[in-house]
Design a protein around this ligand. Structure first.
Ligand SMILES: [Zn+2]
Length: 137
């Protein structure tokens, strides 16, 4: 094996992809406990990716929802995988599996991320987890 000039640093910020719509209440992101379910998500929370249909401008189309998992039980739908990401094989293969919230962009020190989050109604980065809760490499 060739010498590596740099060692890849794996941290909590080692995110796999981003999710959107945490501060929106449409398409099921509201329940009897929360006006906006996605506002109750924190870094470290576990979400399950779930295939579903959403209403976009009056048309039903396939989407991947992010459902908050509390003690092994699916609870609120909190966000969606952006359509461009939802079409990627690695994300499709992860449907019904878990991801963990890495960073909420609304709370990011980065102006760029906060602005991007504002445009996408609340964004977070997530990392994929294996069934037993470890990192999926
Ligand atoms: Zn809720």
């Amino acid at each position: 094996m060739a010498m590596q000039p740099k060692i890849k640093r794996i941290t909590m910020n080692d995110a796999d992809f981003e999710i959107v719509g945490l501060s929106s209440f449409t398409n099921g992101r509201s329940c009897s406990l929360h006006a906006v379910c996605g506002l109750h998500v924190n870094p470290g929370d576990v979400l399950r990716l779930k295939a579903t249909q959403v209403n976009v401008n009056g048309e039903s189309e396939p989407a991947i929802a992010c459902v908050l998992v509390d003690r092994g039980v699916d609870t609120c739908t909190v966000a969606y995988v952006p359509r461009m990401m939802a079409d990627q094989a690695k994300v499709k293969q992860h449907i019904n599996k878990f991801v963990m919230v890495v960073e909420l962009y609304n709370d990011s020190p980065s102006t760029y991320k906060r602005s991007k989050s504002h445009q996408n109604l609340g964004m977070a980065s997530v990392t994929m987890l294996t069934e037993d809760g470890g990192r999926d490499e």
